[in-house]
Design a binder for this molecule. Sequence first.
Ligand SMILES: NC(=O)c1ccc[n+]([C@@H]2O[C@H](COP(=O)([O-])OP(=O)(O)OC[C@H]3O[C@@H](n4cnc5c(N)ncnc54)[C@H](O)[C@@H]3O)[C@@H](O)[C@H]2O)c1
Length: 303
Amino acid sequence: MRILLTGGAGFIGSHIAEAYLAAGHDVLIVDNLATGRRSNVPAGATLHEVDIHSREVERIFADFRPEIVNHHAAQASVKVSTGDPVHDLEVNGGGTARIGLLAAQNGARKVIYASSGGTVYGEPTELPVPESHTLAPVSPYGLSKLIGEQYLQLWHRTHGLDYTVLRYSNAFGPRQDPHGEAGVVAIFTGLMLNKQQCTIDGDGEQKKDYCYVGDIARANVLALETGSGAALNIGTGQGTTVNQIFAALHEATGNAIPARNGPPRPGDVRNFWLDIRAAKDVLGWSPEVSFDEGIRRTVASYA
Ligand SMILES: NC(=O)c1ccc[n+]([C@@H]2O[C@H](COP(=O)([O-])OP(=O)(O)OC[C@H]3O[C@@H](n4cnc5c(N)ncnc54)[C@H](O)[C@@H]3O)[C@@H](O)[C@H]2O)c1
């Protein structure tokens, strides 16, 4: 299949590019390298270093005529979204509106879209959080990702474009930027391998859903053929505490420096994990890489 993948030079997108190439597909990447890296792009994929809002993208769609559009390009930081909500809306909401419309206008069969299970629901009223949970984001980022979902629904109604929305929990694994604000696994791994001390926010007993990036990439492969018109949670269905992450990395890196506890992060949701039964029913997907195995692979890749 001809697949146009936006954000393919980023953390998650580069794993999807690898998985699509391994399955024998033709992969063209659109990425402006805002946070992505040329070195993340696997051999065999073609990178066009352009912005999703540029005129150049129109020509790329017309020339390549993708059968599938996989949209991962985004402003992916909650913190940045709070500082500049309009920029966040333009990249994520406006960007998804544009990419979806170009897909429809150029004859693509389907868009696969990276949404955010950790932010589109807002404060959870039940755990694990099912897809039917109220959609009430508490950050500009959560809202802009949700608006992206709604644009795909709109292009379906008006243009017949098919889509699958994948709502990820917290991804972790090789190539995650250890300098970013998100990604406690990457941050701690970077610090520990550099023999530095980690700071745990609050008491470290806050529990979130951490999914290995290779499992996320596999969901994107399955979504090529299944998941029509669905929005599906992609996570592990379980919570892992920051203290557990610290202990696992302590062991995997051999760093013996104890952590210090800092103040709790203001506004942080304490407990959050996703109900992943629908992804199993609809895509035939469930996570295969255990947390400990994911940690081993992550540390090996950074070392
Ligand atoms: N990392 C997570 O835990 C997580 C969780 C839920 C959803 N997501 C979503 O998954 C996707 C990938 O996230 P990631 O963690 O790999 O982040 P990332 O920053 O590594 O990847 C985003 C990519 O998009 C590119 N990009 C940004 N703005 C662009 C623009 N205007 N034009 C072209 N390219 C642009 C960046 O250069 C980068 O390569 C995003 O859509 C994000 O919202 C991530």
